[in-house]
Design a protein around this ligand. Structure first.
Ligand code: IPD
Ligand code: CA
Ligand code: CA
Ligand code: CA
Length: 282
């Protein structure tokens, strides 16, 4: 197996990500309109920019790191059935709905894992010019500022990030399971770009991120940042996350808050409430 110089990799990917960010910014001024189409639902959008940025990044990875596997959203990557070796995760535009509707609050997210262990993470909020990055064991950064260890807050003092989808009737979770949690916490937010929301938990701007449905390219980089600052990331009932599962639930927080919320979910499951997470391994 090819040995990786992680510092060189960090330098290279940082350049690619910023170059990709420039391409996206330029596209806003282009005379040709964005081509937008729907995937699984009317609000599940993909654009020509999602595809062309993914193509650009995948080509950079394949040229510089031949033979390494890539899991990516828009189909230019591979379909590995093992986490052995070096595995890249690419989300070319995380927050496509924001990209299309708001032209802000979207990110490029890239992660590199070795034998299932997170090694390098890059999340670039293009319009805010906020670059969250990390080499495992060397600290997590927002631009050049080192992130502090995660705060160990309790639910009463916590800012939680979750989508309204999980508070109204849906297939994945009984809409009442989170009522007590929402009533107890300090406040809720929902930014609509999972990678940025995970980076915000790592940076201490939020205390927890909760979702019932997320794909590896959405969370792979965020998880590395979270671990680096001492946060905990599991499925919402505390079970471990499988990087090859196409859709997983995810709860990310500091240790105390994470324990409070997973205990609450387990109590609700024992009471017979629906918390339904299909094990859809790819
Ligand atoms: C989506 C965003 C969103 C999350 C969805 C993801 P996309 O990614 O991260 O916040 O709730 O589950 O699919 O499709 O915009 O890359
Ligand atoms: Ca998408
Ligand atoms: Ca995404
Ligand atoms: Ca995407």
């Amino acid at each position: 197996m090819q040995t990786v110089n992680w510092t060189i990799l960090e330098n290279k990917v940082s350049i690619w990500v910023r170059e990709a960010g420039e391409k996206i910014k330029k596209s806003f001024a282009a005379p040709t309109p964005l081509e937008v189409s729907s995937k699984s639902a009317y609000n599940d959008l993909v654009t020509n920019m999602d595809r062309s940025i993914e193509q650009y990044l995948v080509e950079k990875i394949r040229t510089n790191y031949p033979g390494q596997s890539i899991i990516s959203e828009e189909g230019f990557g591979d379909k590995p059935d093992t986490v052995n070796g070096i595995l890249w995760f690419v989300d070319p535009i995380d927050g496509t709905l924001n990209f299309v509707k708001q032209q802000r609050f979207f990110a490029i997210s890239i992660a590199v894992y070795e034998n299932g262990k997170g090694k390098a993470a890059f999340i670039y909020d293009v319009m805010a010019d906020e670059f969250f990055h990390c080499l495992a064991g060397q600290g997590a950064y927002l631009n050049s500022e080192k992130l502090k260890p995660i705060k160990n807050c309790v639910l009463k003092d916590a800012m939680l990030d979750l989508s309204m989808s999980w508070l109204k009737p849906n297939k994945r979770i009984d809409e009442n399971v989170l009522t007590d949690v929402i009533q107890t916490c300090s406040g809720t937010r929902s930014y609509g770009a999972a990678s940025i929301e995970l980076a915000y938990v790592a940076a201490g701007f939020l205390n927890a991120y909760f979702t019932m449905r997320l794909s590896p390219w959405d969370y792979a980089a965020g998880l590395i940042l979270i671990h680096e600052v001492g946060g905990i990331a599991t499925r919402v009932d505390g079970r471990p996350i499988d990087l090859l599962t196409k859709q997983t639930s995810l709860l990310v927080a500091g240790p105390t808050l994470h324990g409070e919320i997973t205990n609450h979910i387990r109590v609700k499951i024992n009471e017979g409430k629906n918390v339904n997470e299909p094990d859809s391994v790819s």
